[in-house]
Design a protein around this ligand. Structure first.
Ligand SMILES: Cc1cc2nc3c(=O)[nH]c(=O)nc-3n(C[C@H](O)[C@H](O)[C@H](O)COP(=O)(O)OP(=O)(O)OC[C@H]3O[C@@H](n4cnc5c(N)ncnc54)[C@H](O)[C@@H]3O)c2cc1C
Length: 444
């Protein structure tokens, strides 16, 4: 089989890329090893930049119909009481509305729904989109992608090969890149449970030693993420579900009924956080996107967004090359030039968020509480934090910001004018610079 672009892996990254390419008249073959929906939980929080990308793809309306809007994130510090409701010590609300953009909220969407919408979008360009379910990419042979489907072997010859296989990536292996990995002292248990109808805000509830993240989904459900010490899951299972129900109820009484719908540990997924980042995103006519290139700590809800944002830049680049009759491989460096520093930045930000919740001490909790409150009190910190996690732009934290956050300096009383903030939003020229470089003739 011959095609312009071959993609290994039909997760969110591969599908977003394939849908974009097909919509622009680029022939794409996408091989996905699974035959049907995956039962594994994956990312559900779509950040504002991802919503902008989905709008350009023409699927935002459908994604919104299947999503739950998150416009604020609540950080609640509590004192846990045995068998009773907790006492609130502090509550801080960070607001996506501080981002000067029409995309001023995030959206919780079931992962498989987002994939289904992207896949259907791709299929609507049937001449260009060739989706092969139940087909595993096993590596390269004679410059072609080798595919296995049951006992059959087939080959795809493409101009460019993209690895979107997630954490275990044969394309990455073929590129021979260096992978730099970090592990953490904690794990997470995650499970979706029913919620009351009016339980609509994203919330993180913490004590000095507990962390419960709650992110409402549509259909009166809520995704819950409970932090445990690394290696503690077996002991928690031995203590039984009753003590798990109790932990949830003592942290968030509003969910004490919902948590009791968990009938056995099978519905609870253990999530082991780690991060890595490769040193190169492309080599010759191979490139990698999403989790094949980087994995981020889940605390900041960025992994799926980074995959879709990679797909947007790479898709726009490859489509433009085809439209302009340019060689794909001459321009692939743009993809790495743009995405690698942005991903690096978000990896650091997510790592810091993870550290904030990693130490189970009272003094650390007091420090964290002040630091989170400072983000709310100081509009510069608030805007920078929300702008950076939104993916819509990048506004670095400076020493003075960190000194304010650490209560070494007082908060600033000045509000950030929207005009000032707009300088830090990514423009089309920053997202797709090769178009301008070519027009100026500076690329040559
Ligand atoms: C429990 C959990 C919670 C998360 N929460 C969030 C969140 O709230 N927000 C967020 O943004 N991110 C979150 N993430 C991270 C997010 O899910 C991933 O970063 C994202 O799915 C990466 O997308 P991807 O397309 O690169 O890879 P994947 O989603 O892993 O997709 C890869 C696809 O390739 C297929 N594949 C693999 N190998 C082959 C092969 N050899 N041949 C053919 N097909 C292959 C796989 O079957 C899969 O369908 C979470 C992850 C987990 C595990």
């Amino acid at each position: 089989m011959k095609t312009d672009v071959f993609i290994a892996g039909g997760g969110v990254g591969g599908l977003a890329l394939a849908a974009k390419l097909a919509s622009r008249g680029v022939h794409v073959v996408i091989a996905e090893q699974l035959k049907r929906e995956s039962p594994v939980y994956k990312g559900e929080l779509l950040q504002p930049k991802t919503l902008a990308i989905l709008e350009r793809l023409g699927v935002l309306g459908e994604v919104e119909e299947n999503g739950h809007v998150i416009d604020q994130l609540r950080f609640q510090e509590v004192q846990r009481n045995r068998g009773a409701a907790p006492d609130e010590i502090n509550l801080t609300e960070l607001d996506y509305g501080r981002v000067a953009s029409v995309y001023d909220h995030a959206l919780m969407v079931p992962h498989e729904k987002t994939k289904e919408i992207l896949r259907n979008k791709g299929k609507s360009y049937e001449e260009y989109f060739h989706y092969l379910p139940g087909t595993r990419f096993v590596g390269f042979e004679n410059g072609m992608a080798k595919l296995k489907r049951k006992k059959e072997t087939s080959y795809v010859h493409a101009q460019v090969y993209i690895g979107a296989e997630g954490r275990s990536s044969p394309t990455r292996d073929a590129m021979n890149v260096t992978v730099d990995r970090k592990d953490y002292n904690h794990h997470f248990l995650t499970v979706t449970i029913p919620r009351p109808e009016d339980y609509t805000k994203g919330k993180i509830i913490t004590t000095s030693s507990c962390f419960l993240g709650l992110f409402p989904l549509p259909n009166k459900e809520v995704r819950t993420v409970f932090l445990i010490k690394a290696g503690e899951y077996k002991r928690i299972q031995e203590k039984g579900l009753e003590s798990f129900y109790q932990a949830y109820s003592e942290l968030e009484p509003a969910l004490s009924e919902g948590v009791r719908t968990i009938e056995d540990w099978k519905s609870v997924q253990l999530m082991i956080p780690f991060t890595y980042h490769v040193d190169r995103y492309y080599s010759g006519n191979l490139a990698i996107i999403g989790d094949a290139a980087h994995t981020v700590h889940p605390m900041a809800g960025e992994g799926m967004n980074l995959a879709i944002q990679d797909a947007d830049i790479l898709g726009e680049l490859l489509a433009w090359c085809k439209e302009e009759g340019e060689s794909y491989t001459d321009y692939l460096h743009y993809y790495e030039d743009i995405r690698k520093p942005r991903v690096e930045f978000l990896l650091k930000l997510s790592h810091l968020s993870a550290l904030v919740y990693s130490l189970p001490y009272d003094w650390w909790r007091r420090f964290r509480m002040r630091a989170v409150q400072r983000i709310y009190d100081d509009d510069y910190l608030h805007v920078k934090q929300m702008l950076n996690i939104s993916g819509l732009g990048r506004w670095d934290f400076h020493l003075i910001d960190r000194a304010i956050q650490g209560s070494i300096l007082p908060s600033r009383s000045k509000k950030v004018p929207d005009q000032k903030q707009q300088q830090y939003l990514f423009s089309d020229e920053e997202d797709y610079p090769w178009k301008k470089d070519r027009k100026d003739g500076s690329h040559e």
